[in-house]
Design a protein. Structure first.
Length: 300
């Protein structure tokens, strides 16, 4: 027997930098070039009561830099699912099937580079392909999906009209992107509620407090906080303010929004929690990292 046949293999746990995938099962990891592409999967969420979450995110493991990177796409991804298959064919990835807790999919999707002929030939968002069934529950789901698709189309039409109006009025919209809606402080209800509480605790009742003072009071509160001292109800306004600071920092730095800065395949390294839409997606061990990045943003 050769030397290699006599060696006993062993497991090594890897701790890689970047935005690692959340815990999940039923996902796929597909090799293509020096990248490993992770898509979808089935996880759980919630603090007190657990509930199922099905993912449709793309995360790339770069074998050269050995770190996780979020992959941004130019249009809407396939519906969230797990237990699907993905095959790499050259520079293309072909996805088939899957399950989202209610529906077994039978649809096909390509993930291709922007310059690929398929990207120019196929529609931006192919319709969802639900298998035929006489099951009333599945028919109801299909009807709900049709209604959702109609609402999405109407929303896009309205967004286009608003965008045209903004251009005519020369109003900047760089803080908003199709990927993530950035809400201003005075429109963030949870942020304002926390500001009111902090003002009541730290200022005299007859003292006039400006909006800027109220905003600064919240941010100073988080700067002085430790991960263990932050209540769960503060995670959502903290995440929103973190995303606001990043958007403004990049607007000043490059004069454009984050989507333009990070649109190259397979995606550039960004702040780890910028693309998270809801604080319920955060894990307990994410809180110290989020707070550390927030404090760094404030110091910059």
């Amino acid at each position: 027997m050769g030397k290699e046949e006599n060696e006993t293999p062993g497991w090594t746990q890897l701790k890689l930098p970047g935005q690692a995938p959340s815990p999940r099962c039923g996902h796929t990891v597909t090799s293509g070039g020096h990248y490993l592409l992770l898509f979808g999967g089935h996880g759980t969420g919630g603090w007190l009561t657990r509930y199922d979450i099905y993912h449709n995110d793309c995360i790339v493991l770069d074998r050269v830099s050995v770190q996780w990177k979020r992959l941004l796409t130019s249009n809407e991804p396939p519906p969230a699912r797990a237990y699907h298959s993905i095959t790499c064919i050259g520079s293309r990835y072909l996805l088939f099937g899957g399950f989202d807790g209610k529906i077994t999919f039978g649809d096909l999707w390509w993930l291709v580079p922007e310059e690929d002929p398929i990207a120019r030939r196929l529609p931006a968002s192919p319709p969802r392909n639900f298998p035929p069934s006489n099951d009333p529950e599945r028919e109801d789901v299909a009807m709900e999906n049709d209604a959702h698709q109609t609402a999405v189309k109407e929303s896009r039409i309205k967004e286009s009209e608003v965008s045209e109006l903004q251009k005519k009025l020369e109003i900047s919209a760089t803080l908003s992107s199709p990927k993530l809606q950035i809400v201003e402080e005075l429109e963030d209800g949870e942020f304002l509620e926390l500001a009111s509480r902090l003002i009541a605790e730290n200022f005299a009742g007859n003292e006039h407090i400006s909006h800027s003072q109220a905003i600064e009071a919240v941010r100073e509160h988080w700067i002085k906080s430790s991960p263990r001292s932050i209540p769960l109800k503060e995670l959502s306004p903290l995440l929103h303010d973190y995303q606001r600071l990043i958007a403004r920092h990049n607007t000043r730095k490059v004069g454009s929004n984050l989507q333009a800065q990070e649109s190259d395949f397979p995606g550039k390294e960004a702040h780890a929690f910028y693309h998270i839409r809801n604080a319920s997606q955060l894990r307990m061990d994410d809180i110290p990292k989020l707070l550390a990045e927030y404090k760094q943003l404030r110091s910059d």
